[in-house]
Write a protein that binds this ligand. Structure first.
Ligand SMILES: [Zn+2]
Length: 324
């Protein structure tokens, strides 16, 4: 438990066997509220862990007064339906998250077409097409992952003792909750102690593509500027004095970007070719992830003016800028 000023945080940390180490969500007690920040996965492990944490502090499920969501991923929203079905409480999320969590039909159609076109243009060919077809239900539509209750959009940048600000990159809808008095930051999946966060390439509202890694770096810089003392992370351990780690994650982005320049210089010109070169068999096993990483770095280098792209027969080819 963490206690400072009038705030108490009871982390719910559910260990996982994968590289995420744990799935974390948080009960936050303030004078007149018991807020849940994120809601784990929809499974018994998370459900039981939440019940146990409540019980440890002499609360029950019905004492929870509201839910704040950092982003739309299934390991952050899992228990919302189950909790809200026991008693009706407000659930808050970013407007982008709402589109996904409500499975807005138009938006979902746009999303599928977005990925289909993206992977074609990135040179993934039939393999990319097949990935989109296969992922239609589990990843892109996820119809069975709908949130049933009403979702309230954040309408201003302050709610239940927190400043709310956007930290896109991992997802376009990611937000952070910051308590200024405690200097405590709830940052979703922006920062993890043990692994760097993925910046997932996604469509914006209007179907344009996010420059996810560029956003990720800006979001890390934004958090660095807060000088927070504690970051409550979506996975892995809670991060004390996060300044050094934030600086390290920012530096890693530039170091890795430079490696991509070498790869492009050696003659790999399409995102698909680069992904296969860098990630080998992972390209097929973790297609969406590896493509997101590569496209993220290509966007980043392009914005810095270090590479340029040309479309040839419907496929983007990337080249290093010649310096004279
Ligand atoms: Zn996530």
């Amino acid at each position: 438990m963490y206690k400072k000023n009038n705030m108490e945080v009871y982390p719910v940390m559910v260990p996982t066997s994968n590289k995420l180490a744990s799935i974390n969500f948080f009960l936050v007690k303030q004078a007149n509220s018991l807020t849940l920040i994120d809601a784990g996965l929809n499974n018994d492990d998370c459900w039981n862990a939440l019940q146990l944490t409540l019980k440890d502090h002499d609360y029950t499920l019905t004492d929870i007064t509201g839910i704040l969501l950092t982003h739309n991923h299934i390991d952050h929203i899992g228990l919302v339906n189950r909790i809200v079905s026991t008693h009706s409480i407000p659930v808050y999320a970013h407007p982008y998250a709402k589109l996904i969590l409500k499975r807005d039909t138009q938006y979902m159609k746009m999303r599928i077409e977005f990925f289909r076109k993206l992977y074609q243009e990135m040179g993934c060919g039939e393999f990319g097409d097949k990935q989109v077809d296969d992922a239609r239900n589990p990843i892109i539509l996820r119809e069975n992952k709908t949130i049933h209750c009403e979702i309230q959009e954040f309408t201003n940048n302050h709610l239940i003792g927190f400043d709310i600000f956007e930290i896109p990159g991992h997802t376009p809808d990611q937000v952070a909750f910051y308590n200024k008095e405690c200097k405590w930051l709830f940052a979703g999946d922006l920062l993890m102690q043990h692994i760097p966060s993925n910046a997932m390439v996604e469509p914006n509202y209007d179907g344009t593509r996010t420059k996810s890694l560029v956003q990720q770096k800006q979001s890390l810089e934004k958090c660095l500027s807060l000088n927070s003392e504690l970051v409550f992370s979506g996975h892995g351990s809670t991060i004390e004095n996060p300044v050094d780690l934030l600086k390290e994650r920012i530096k890693e982005i530039d170091e890795k970007a430079n490696k991509y320049i070498n790869i492009i210089q050696s003659g790999n010109s399409t995102a698909s070719g680069i992904a296969q070169f860098v990630y080998k068999e992972k390209y097929e096993q973790q297609f969406f992830n590896t493509m997101s990483k590569v496209i993220g770095y290509l966007d980043y280098l392009e914005l810095q003016g270090k590479i340029t792209k040309e479309m040839e027969k419907g496929i983007w080819h990337y080249y290093c800028r010649e310096w004279s």
